[in-house]
Design a protein around this ligand. Sequence first.
Ligand code: IFM
Length: 460
Amino acid sequence: MVAGDRSGDQARRERMPTSAPLPIGRIRRDFIWGVSTSSFQIEGATREDGRGPSVWDTYGQTGAIANHDTGDVACDHYRRYPDDIALMQKLGVQAYRFSVAWPRVLPKGRGMPNEAGLAFYDRVIDVLLAAGIEPWLCLYHWDLPQALDDLGGWTTRNSVGWFADYAALVADRYGDRVKRFATFNEPSIFTLFGLGFGTGKRATTSVDALHRSIHHVNLAHGAAVDAIRARVPDSLLGAIHNYQPCLASRPGDKNAAERCDAYWNNAFPDPQYLGTYPHLMRSAIEPHMQAGDLARIRRPVDWFGLNHYSPVFVKTDTNSVTGFGFGDRPPEIPVTPNGWPIMPDSFRDTLLSVSKRYALPVYVLENGFGGFDKPDATGAVIDTDRIEFLRAYIGALNAAVVGGADIRGYFIWSLLDNFEWDAGYSVRFGLIYIDYPTQRRIPKASFEWYRDLIKAARNV
Ligand code: IFM
């Protein structure tokens, strides 16, 4: 199932760029190198062993995703997790960030747990620990149980209690073995793209629903932190934020850039760690606030999870509920094959500013390169452009450390090519190529490069 023999490895190495030194001079020796994935993007088995439907199953069934793709099979990780963990062990990562599918463990989102679903993550965690890889468990990576969406999802304040109960179930079950928990992955992205822009095909635009949801997700974060802390006192808790500089497309778009910064970057970390909403959105959140809410949100956490890809170029859009939309980038800026600007200096600056603003240790829990990789005539996937991207971005991380940022870990998105939401399987982010018709795993050249980097960094 896993491709790659000695001669293949050798051929691959010969075609890889080897000249540049590894960009890790100032990174701490106890730095954590890892990889990230999420449940819906890799697991498949969406109707098996009692799993309930999520909003992404329902959406996939409409045929709206590129190439009519769905998450039904994905990377078949539900069955192939032992192979995938064996590959992680070969890679040498110290930690693996994954998410639990809420509808797999609670098919209706609340009420009766699904023992078969809970047992799946027991197996994953046990195999990871046996391989010497620390599990980092994220509670929510966008696969909301459909049954809860039918009751209003994040727009109703009841969602806070649903999420806290789910967090308690997960902490009770896995807290003996898992110590790193994240509440949410990229809350600004699923609220903005689901409710703010009205451009995504899954979106329903509403000023009221957007602000309600932002506030309820923040409250749910605080409630989950309390629920986990009470059950797993030695846990280390955080949330994972998509944080990118918002740059004005034209001089007149400065205000739009500030609005983007508020909604995209600060709407969640500011109340969670500073106890306040960005001033640009305060009056819109106000109607949904109750006395004591900011204290309920600002619960002590141990780290800041940062996902970073590239800056966002924005323009004024008076038709949008947030007042901003996507603008053009300057044409001279290079982009990844999926069209995202490559600007490693922005990564360095983001790390420096996040580290200073929130005064928490930062773990980069996603950074990666979206491409259209294909095996060559020998069957190898030589993704030199991804290697160059990673080299530049890890170099930028090193520069941020030199500049004083407190960075404790770096996790590549992603271990495997996987289901890239509205783009389906067309865009590939993995260090490991998935041949979807056969589910064969082919480690790419970047897999070897990252393995060598980890080895050098840990000096083993
Ligand atoms: O695939 C996504 C992931 O689910 C969330 N962060 C960005 C990645 C690449 O788009």
